[in-house]
Design a protein. Structure first.
Length: 117
């Protein structure tokens, strides 16, 4: 069973940047569409961005377009989320996920991102 581990979260002031990483182990993710989701306190988990298996197709939530960039390195079995111009409303636990068939069904444990004003 593939395992996903996120890293790179932390605390940053508004306007700052963070780069999240998602490393896969015990298997390859190179054939899966990969996504980032986030869950803020008291809210449901929400889509942030995703990327096709080859990296040629990406999609973003409207709230992060122009600020966040998703990328992947299949040779390193990893996916990344570069987050710039962070806002307090970006504060959440960020999750990496793999869409193995028709839904995102493999999840990491999450990494906390806190943006202070």
């Amino acid at each position: 069973q593939v395992q996903l581990v996120e890293s790179g979260g932390g605390s940053v002031q508004a306007g700052g940047s963070l780069r999240l990483s998602c490393a896969a182990s015990r298997g390859t993710i190179k054939m899966y569409r990969m996504g980032w989701f986030r869950q803020a306190p008291g809210k449901e988990r929400a889509f942030v961005a995703d990327i096709s298996w080859g990296g040629g197709s990406t999609d973003y939530a409207d709230s992060v377009k122009g600020r966040f960039t998703i990328s992947r390195d299949n040779a390193k079995n990893s996916v990344y989320l570069q987050m710039n111009s962070l806002k307090p409303e970006d504060t959440a636990v960020y999750y990496c996920a793999a869409r193995r068939v028709n839904t995102y069904d493999l999840w990491g444990q999450g990494t906390q991102v806190t943006v202070s004003s």
